[in-house]
Design a binder for this molecule. Sequence first.
Ligand SMILES: [Zn+2]
Length: 368
Amino acid sequence: MLVFDKHEIRESLSLEDIYGLLQEWGGDPEYAVFGILCSTICHNTPGEGSKKLYFYENTGLFKCYTGCANSTFDIFELVIKIADIQWHKEYDLNDAVRWIAAKFGIVGTYEDSPDEEDLEDWKYLANYERIQDIELKSSEVVLKEYDDVILSRFNYDVKIGPWLREGITQEALDQAQIGFYPGGDQITIPHFDKDHRFIGLRGRTVCAEEGERFGKYRPMKVNGLLYNHPLGMNLYNLNNSKRNIPIIKKAIIFEGEKSSLLYQSYFGLENDISVACCGSSISAYQIQMLIDAGAEEIIIAFDRQFKEIGDDEFKRLKANLLKIREKYKNYALISFIFDKNMITGYKASPIDEGKEKFLQLFKERIVL
Ligand SMILES: [Zn+2]
């Protein structure tokens, strides 16, 4: 029969593999000195828990510092918990080991004792991609909705000067309900899920906007309530671009919200196929959302995060893009906008420097 060695599989998972899983499950992971810091998806639904689930690289074990009674566990036990909370399935250790093995393409050792069960095992592995596809679909996560009355308290008469000067139209700002929060000197960017439920609010301080071009966007805290959400479980602007993606059969993923607004401004709301992942990583869940929306080609349009061809940042960006392509090539055509001739500035989004440059980069996009 087919045997999976639980310990061997556990050892073979890299820190990055664990990070990727936590991200896929909506844990909003962060690297830390000891390993990974993650929200407590071990006993909460994504977006609910605090960052009290620790993964220790030296032991390969998780520790939950809040709700879990048995607070130390390994990746398989976490799969069992995730299966229960997010997929509404009862997994045992065997199921969890197989799920991880299938996920990372780990083939078990075949031992000579044929019985009917073996055939099932082989069938399972042969159909792995199809099964994984179903897993992805069945685990649709509905994020916590916030009361959108807060949006009516922001100021929409103040023109968002810096953004208008960069080329974003008032029409795009209006559709996205971009406003201003005087109390925090922040431009307010509401995040909606694909069904237009209000699930998060991010802010951008105005002084930083005027001074440096690439400041931080952060979840906003208003009247003591933090309006955050797991970024890997949603795509900014899909609530709007989902109308056009099935017609054009393409979707473009930018890093930042503003790039999506610029795309709408240059090409019109009726041609908008843009989304933003709000970071420089893309989760399996986000790719699945775009495939479900009708995208046959997914164009990754990340910032130019390298100074020259071949430098360390270039190598990291390239490795990251190849990994994404390797992971999702069976689900959709994945292409990249990659400014190898460096016609845009360092750290610029491909759409930051105007329509002409964007179209050139788009035309020269790489399909691997
Ligand atoms: Zn827990």
